[in-house]
Write a protein that binds this ligand. Structure first.
Ligand code: PLP
Length: 379
C-alpha cells in the first residue's frame, strides 16, 4: 500500500494507516495461534487508544508500567491488564491491584511489602517478579535493561526464595529491536539461572523488544522457542511487544516553514525532533523521509530541523530530487511507536494532530491540540 502525503491534513499530523496496523496484527495473531503464547500490547511504546478497537480482537491485553497506563488499559482495552513498575507507590497500589490481572514486582522487598495488600484488594490477582537474566544484546546502554548496575529486575544473587509461596510468575525484559536468535540466547541464560523456579510458576513473561513485524524476523523460530518452552515447563508464556505493534504503520506529516543558509541549506519544519521524535536525538536514529535520500545522494541536500530554540533540534541531513519550497509537506516514515507516547510541548511547539486512515481510505482527524494543552501542563 502506497503511503501518500495528504495535503488537506492539519500540520504537523501523525497519520496512522489502519490497513498496515492490521497487517502487523495478523502476524501477531499467527504467532499466538501457532505457539500458544499470549501477546500483550506494551503501552509504553504505543498508546494511540482511539485505535484500540482495531487491536483488541488480535491481542490478549496490555502491559502497563504503573497507575496511569493501567487505568488506560482498563478503560480503553478491557482485556488482561499486566502491571509492572520499577517501584510501586503505597498510595497507588490498591487502585492498581483492583484493575490488574497480573502484578509484577521489581524487587523481593516490594513483593514482600505489597503482596498481601494487593491480594486482599483483588484475590484473583496473579503476582510475579521481574528478574534480570544479566544477559542482553541491546544495541545501546540506555536501552539495555540488563546493563551494568541496572535497576530493572532482580538478579539471581538478590533473589529471595521467601516470596516463592505467593509468586506465580517470572518476568524478564532483556531485548530491544531484536530477533529470535537473541531471545534464544536470553532464554538459555534465564533457564540456567532461574530454571529451578520455573516449574513452580503458572506463567513466564518474555517481555518486549521482539522485533516480530520487521521484515526478516524469524517468526518460525520464535514459535518453536515458545512451544518448546511451554512443553518443557507446562507454563503460560506471555510476550509484550510495543514497537512491533506500531512498526511501520504510519507517518508524521510536517510542513517546511523556511529555508535558511549557513554553510548548507537548512529547512525549518513546523515539527520538532526534540518534542515529537525524541528518539532521533537520544537513540540516535534517523527517520526516513518519503522521497528522500541520504545527504548528497540526490541533487539537493538539506538539514531538516525543528521549530524550537534548541540548537540540537535536528532530524538529520537528507537529499531530494527537487529543491524544497516553503509550504512543502515532508513525511517522516515509521512514526507510530515511541513518538506520541514521548511527545512534549517543549518550547510551546504545537503537538501534532492525530489522524487515522481507515481501511476504506477515509481519513479521520481524531485529535487536534492547541495552546490549552501547552498551558495546562505548566500550572
Ligand atoms: C519497553 C518495555 C516493553 C516493550 O518493549 P518494545 O521494545 O517496545 O517491544 C515491554 N515490557 C517492558 C517491561 C518494557 O519496559
Amino acid at each position: 500500500m502506497d503511503i501518500l502525503t495528504d495535503t488537506s491534513l492539519p500540520s504537523p499530523c501523525w497519520l496512522l494507516n489502519e490497513h498496515l496496523l492490521i497487517e502487523n496484527l495478523k502476524t501477531i495473531s499467527y504467532i499466538k495461534q501457532q505457539s500458544g503464547a499470549k501477546i500483550l500490547l506494551a503501552l509504553k511504546g504505543y498508546a494511540l487508544w482511539k485505535s484500540f478497537p482495531t487491536l483488541i480482537p488480535y491481542l490478549d491485553g496490555c502491559c502497563a508500567s504503573g497507575l496511569h497506563e493501567a487505568k488506560l488499559a482498563h478503560e480503553t482495552f478491557a482485556k488482561e491488564v499486566h502491571t509492572y513498575a520499577p517501584a510501586f507507590k503505597e498510595e497507588e497500589l490498591e487502585e492498581i491491584a483492583s484493575i490488574s490481572h497480573h502484578l509484577v514486582f521489581n524487587s523481593p522487598a516490594q513483593f514482600k511489602r505489597f503482596a498481601k495488600q494487593a491480594k486482599s484488594v483483588n484475590p484473583f490477582l496473579s503476582l510475579g517478579i521481574r528478574v534480570n537474566p544479566e544477559y542482553s544484546e541491546a544495541p545501546k546502554e540506555i536501552y539495555n535493561p540488563c546493563g551494568l548496575n541496572s535497576r530493572l529486575g532482580t538478579t539471581i544473587s538478590h533473589f529471595d526464595t521467601h516470596i516463592l509461596d505467593d509468586c506465580e510468575g517470572l518476568h524478564f525484559h532483556a531485548l530491544c529491536e531484536q530477533g529470535a536468535d537473541a531471545l534464544e540466547k536470553v532464554l538459555h541464560v534465564f533457564e540456567e539461572k532461574f530454571g529451578t523456579y520455573i516449574p513452580k510458576m503458572k506463567w513466564i513473561n518474555f517481555g518486549g523488544g521482539h522485533h516480530i513485524t520487521r521484515q526478516g524476523y524469524d517468526i518460525e523460530k520464535l514459535i518453536h522457542l515458545i512451544k518448546q518452552f511451554k512443553t518443557k515447563y507446562n507454563v503460560e508464556v506471555y510476550l509484550e511487544p510495543g514497537e512491533a505493534i506500531g512498526w511501520e504503520t504510519g507517518t508524521l506529516i510536517t510542513t517546511v516553514l523556511d529555508i535558511v543558509h549557513n554553510g548548507m541549506e537548512i529547512a525549518i519544519l513546523d515539527s520538532s525532533a526534540e518534542a515529537h521524535m525524541p528518539d532521533t536525538i537520544i537513540m540516535p536514529y534517523r527517520a526516513d523521509v518519503l522521497g528522500s535520500g541520504k545527504a548528497g545522494e540526490k541533487p539537493y541536500t538539506y538539514r531538516l530541523a525543528g521549530n524550537t530554540c534548541l540548537a540540537g533540534d535536528i532530524m538529520g541531513d537528507y537529499s531530494f530530487d527537487q529543491p524544497l519550497q516553503v509550504g512543502d509537506k515532508l513525511t517522516f516514515l515509521d512514526q507510530m511507536h515511541y513518538t506520541m507516547v514521548k511527545a512534549s510541548t517543549f518550547n510551546g511547539v504545537k503537538l501534532p494532530s492525530i489522524a487515522i486512515e481507515r481501511v476504506n481510505g477515509t481519513i479521520d482527524v481524531i485529535r487536534e491540540f492547541g495552546h490549552e494543552d501547552f498551558k495546562n501542563r505548566l500550572s
